[in-house]
Design a protein around this ligand. Structure first.
Ligand code: ADP
Ligand code: MG
Length: 241
């Protein structure tokens, strides 16, 4: 579903942020990406929906070559849901309107159908009673679950998560992780930047460890946590576990 071949990216002329990245994520796989701050994790996943261009190598997403000049970005992005650390909900719209905006605008879905879909998704993220609320009336955990529902509204083939629980109070982290775990079990293809190692152990097929723009280690969660292969992975794990 996602393939990186010898990908190199620079910011400006001399900041080399992704170095010779090779990576493959198959349909239905859940991959957790971890590593120190500044190692290039966000940049890597932002490349998947072409929020960031690359200068060398190749990225293929669902058979689309992301650097084909004729690539239709709307088609690409309709296939990919993206959930950020900051929920980025539209404050002047209700929860249901936030979720139905893309399907009605991009897919021309009739209002009644979009509302039905929106309610289904709110059931899925366990807050159907919040359909008419505004984002500021919700807790952080609830807002992030709305953001996930919004990401699912276009029926994406891939979901990307960039530290979705990092801005949350500790007691709200699990309600978001539970929704992500359920998605993983349903077979969604997922790339998640997160330091939630319990989540990684439970649902990840693979863990990727990045440092200084390099994909240092790629391993099963079991091996990565119990028997990391690289000094830098060990050092990182000793700091977060
Ligand atoms: P991570 O998500 O692992 O913390 P990032 O991908 O955000 O890492 O950043 C990798 C490096 O690239 C950091 O040194 C960061 O400061 C730099 N960087 C990130 N985004 C930009 C940008 N838009 N322009 C210039 N430098 C950036
Ligand atoms: Mg980041």
């Amino acid at each position: 579903m996602i393939r990186f071949e010898q990908v190199n990216k620079w910011y400006g002329s001399d900041h080399h942020v992704l170095k010779d990245i090779n990576l493959e994520i198959k349909q239905g796989e859940v991959v957790v990406i971890c590593g120190p701050s500044g190692s290039g994790k966000s940049t890597l996943i932002r490349c998947i929906n072409r929020l960031e261009p690359i200068q060398q190598g190749k990225i293929i997403v669902d058979d689309m070559d992301l650097h084909n000049p004729r690539l239709d970005l709307t088609t690409l992005r309709a296939e990919i849901g993206f959930v950020f650390q900051q929920f980025n909900l539209y404050p002047h719209m209700t929860v249901l309107e936030n979720i139905t905006l893309a399907p009605t605008m991009v897919r021309n879905m009739p209002r009644a159908e979009a509302d039905r879909l929106g309610m289904e998704l709110l059931e899925k993220v366990n807050i159907p009673d919040k359909a008419g609320a505004y984002p500021t009336q919700l807790s952080g955990g609830q807002q992030q679950r709305v953001a996930i529902a919004r990401g699912l509204a276009m029926k994406p083939k891939i979901m990307l998560f960039d530290e979705p629980t990092s801005a949350l109070d500790p007691e709200m982290i699990n309600e978001v992780l539970d929704v992500m775990k359920a998605l993983a079990r349903e077979g969604m293809t997922m790339a998640c930047v997160t330091h939630e190692m319990g989540f990684a152990r439970e649902v990840a097929d693979r863990v990727i460890f990045m440092d200084h723009g390099v994909l240092v280690e790629e391993n099963t969660p079991e091996e990565f946590f119990n028997n990391p292969q690289h000094e830098r992975s060990k050092e990182f794990l000793s700091k977060i576990l």
